[in-house]
Design a protein around this ligand. Structure first.
Ligand SMILES: C[S@@+](CC[C@H](N)C(=O)[O-])C[C@H]1O[C@@H](n2cnc3c(N)ncnc32)[C@H](O)[C@@H]1O
Length: 201
C-alpha cells in the first residue's frame, strides 16, 4: 500500500510547477500539500524540483505539508529525520543525488537530504477519509496513487474536501489514471491534456 520511490511521476510534477509559477509568483506565502505521501519520497522529490526551478526568493516562501494516514507511525520519524537507506536513491538522477543527498557520517548505508530541502517540508498524520482539509488556502495539492483504493462515492467526497482546501485558482495533481469526473467540471477545470492536472474554478 505504501509503495513509492523518489522522482516517481517527475514529468507531471514538473508540468505542474511550470503552470503554477505565474499563479504563485507574487504571493508572500505558498502552501503545497502532498496527501498520502508514504515515506516522504513524493514531497522531497517535489521540494527538490521546486528548488531547481524557482528563484531562491520564491522558493523561500514555500511550505510543503506532507501527510499520510501512517497507520503504524513509521513514516513521520523517517520524514522528519530526512534519512534514507542508500538503495532508496537508485532512481534519482545522478546530478540531483550529488547536489541534495549526503552520506550519513554515522552509517555509510544511509544518506541525508540537504537541510534547505528539509526545511520546507513538515509532516502531519492525516486521514484523507476524515474529509477534513489539513489547511485552507492551499495553492497546490498533490495526491497520487492513493484514491485508487477509494470507492466512487468516497472519491467524490474527497474531491469536495480538496476543493474546500484549495485557494481559488489552486492546482490539484493526480497520477495519470485518476481523472476527475465530468460532473465536477463546475469545480475543477483540466489544465493540460497530457496529465491529470486541475485548477479550482
Ligand atoms: C501507493 S502509496 C503512494 C505514495 C505516493 N503518493 C506516490 O505516488 O508515490 C499510497 C499511500 O497512501 C496512504 N493512504 C492510504 N489511505 C490513506 C488515507 N485514508 N489517508 C491518508 N493516506 C492514506 C498510504 O499509507 C500510502 O502511504
Amino acid at each position: 500500500m505504501a509503495f513509492s520511490f523518489f522522482f516517481r511521476d517527475e514529468y507531471p510534477m514538473v508540468l505542474a510547477i511550470e503552470k503554477l509559477i505565474p499563479y504563485i509568483n507574487g504571493l508572500s506565502h505558498v502552501t503545497f500539500w502532498s496527501a498520502g505521501c508514504a515515506m516522504g519520497q513524493e514531497p522531497y522529490s517535489l521540494a527538490i524540483l521546486l528548488r531547481e526551478r524557482l528563484d531562491p526568493d520564491l522558493f523561500s516562501r514555500i511550505r510543503l505539508i506532507a501527510s499520510d494516514i501512517d497507520t503504524d507511525g513509521t513514516f513521520g520519524p523517517v520524514i522528519r529525520s530526512g534519512r534514507y537507506p542508500l538503495d532508496f536513491l537508485v532512481r534519482i538522477p545522478g546530478h540531483i543525488r550529488e547536489k541534495y543527498f549526503f552520506g550519513d557520517p554515522e552509517d555509510p548505508r544511509y544518506c541525508r537530504i540537504s537541510p534547505d530541502i528539509m526545511r520546507i517540508v513538515e509532516f502531519h498524520t492525516h486521514d484523507i477519509l476524515s474529509l477534513q482539509p489539513i489547511r485552507s488556502n492551499v495553492h497546490c495539492i498533490i495526491c497520487k496513487n492513493v484514491m485508487l483504493h477509494f470507492n466512487n462515492e468516497m472519491r467524490s467526497r474527497v474531491w469536495e474536501m480538496f476543493y474546500e482546501s484549495l485557494d481559488y485558482g489552486g492546482f490539484l495533481l493526480h497520477e495519470h489514471t485518476q481523472k476527475i469526473p465530468d460532473d465536477m467540471n463546475t469545480m475543477f477545470t483540466r489544465v493540460v491534456s497530457n496529465a491529470q492536472l486541475y485548477q479550482k474554478i
